[in-house]
Design a protein around this ligand. Structure first.
Ligand code: NDP
Length: 330
């Protein structure tokens, strides 16, 4: 799952001046990774302070049913799950605060983090759980039908479209994986690809092309969505901008975006090693970044799995890594 926290709004993040509040353990972000890190660090007496970020509870708060988080046999709504995690973190004393980290200085310990452009916090250890934001096409219809057939996570929401017709937008590995996943649940899957080739790895391309109920719509782009309150179809451009451009309609109940994610790592640039997309690099098998004492967990460091449960697991790792770091260094 993805925590939505757009930290890239300010082109030149400015550090706040003045006297800093000193904390032992600072957690930025409040998705499953952040809250799990909070539960563990609070129980380890690290007195964590958490800033919730732009979207308290992260991206799960924008989903409806969550049926794949272990421990909830009947399923649970995303907002309820996050409320439970918040209560659990608060129960052990996490100081949960409203606020957005807008700038950082990780050049030396204690690490400096500016909150909301004005407040300065100094932390002995920093746990980054700022998530990643799914990219959307930017069509007004994506907003109009939010919660009514538009989703950016097939693993989360595909189950609700069993035996129905759906479309996936994108041509990368995520789109290919999501199309194949949905093909096992749905009657038919349209893969809307803007070029005449897929960007996905060869093995995923083959899987897509040999799946009988996936139809690749080459050189198609989405014009808009159709439906009375919920998605019932889509209007697509075929061969957009070419002499033979035409508009085609497909009948679908679900419209899945799989055109990539933007990790919320902008304010750490220059201090932390990021991959070419912007995901924070961690030492494999740990939550350690290249800066000792700074740990990353959840979707901001995970281009691959992006699930609530994997985020929670990595939050636990970050907490344990942070605790060990403090006991070895202080
Ligand atoms: P990618 O950036 O690889 O692919 C994005 C896809 O979306 C591209 O096909 C792109 O088209 C298309 N796209 C982007 N913007 C638009 C738009 N506005 N309209 C229509 N189509 C658009 O993202 P992924 O999330 O697929 O993958 C990210 C990384 O994670 C990759 O390195 C991938 O290999 C990796 N990954 C690995 C997996 C695995 O190993 N199991 C699983 C999932 C991801 P175009 O090709 O024309 O640019």
């Amino acid at each position: 799952m993805f925590e939505t926290m757009n930290l890239s709004a300010s082109p030149k993040p400015q550090m706040a001046g003045g006297e800093a509040e000193k904390v032992k353990c600072l957690i930025i972000g409040s998705g499953p990774a952040g809250y799990t890190a909070a539960i563990y660090t609070a129980r380890a007496n690290l007195n964590p302070v958490m800033y919730e970020g732009l979207q308290p509870g992260g991206q799960l708060t924008t989903t409806t049913e969550v049926e794949n988080f272990p421990g909830y046999p009947e399923g649970i709504t995303g907002p309820e799950l996050m409320e439970d995690l918040k209560k659990q973190a608060a129960r052990f004393g996490t100081d949960i605060r409203w606020g957005i980290a807008t700038a950082t200085d990780l050049s030396s310990r204690p690490f400096k983090v500016t909150i909301d452009g004005s407040k300065l916090v100094e932390a002995e250890v920093l746990i980054i759980a700022t998530g990643a934001t799914a990219k959307y096409l930017g069509l007004p219809d994506e907003q109009k039908y939010a919660g009514g057939g538009v989703s950016a996570c097939a693993t989360c929401d595909g189950f609700f479209y069993r035996k129905k017709d759906v479309a996936v937008v994108g041509g990368g590995d995520t789109a290919a994986e999501e199309a194949v996943y949905l093909s096992g649940l749905c009657n038919k899957v349209y893969l809307i690809v803007r070029r005449d080739e897929l960007r996905a790895s060869k093995v995923m391309q083959e899987r897509v092309l040999k799946t009988l109920n996936i139809e690749v719509l080459w050189k198609h782009q989405t014009k808009g969505l159709l439906g009375d309150g919920v998605v019932e179809g889509a209007e697509l451009y075929k061969n957009k901008g070419e002499a033979n451009e035409e508009i085609v309609k497909i009948k679908i109940d679900g419209f899945f975006l799989a055109i990539g994610h933007t990790p919320n790592s902008e304010i750490f640039k220059g201090y932390l090693d990021l991959d070419e997309v912007g995901y924070i690099k961690t030492i494999p098998g740990t939550s350690k970044t290249n800066v000792p004492g700074v740990f990353a967990c959840g979707d901001v460091q995970d281009p691959r799995y992006k699930q609530a449960i994997t985020a929670a697991g990595s939050g636990c790792m970050a907490a344990i890594d942070a605790e060990r770091f403090l006991s070895e260094n202080d």
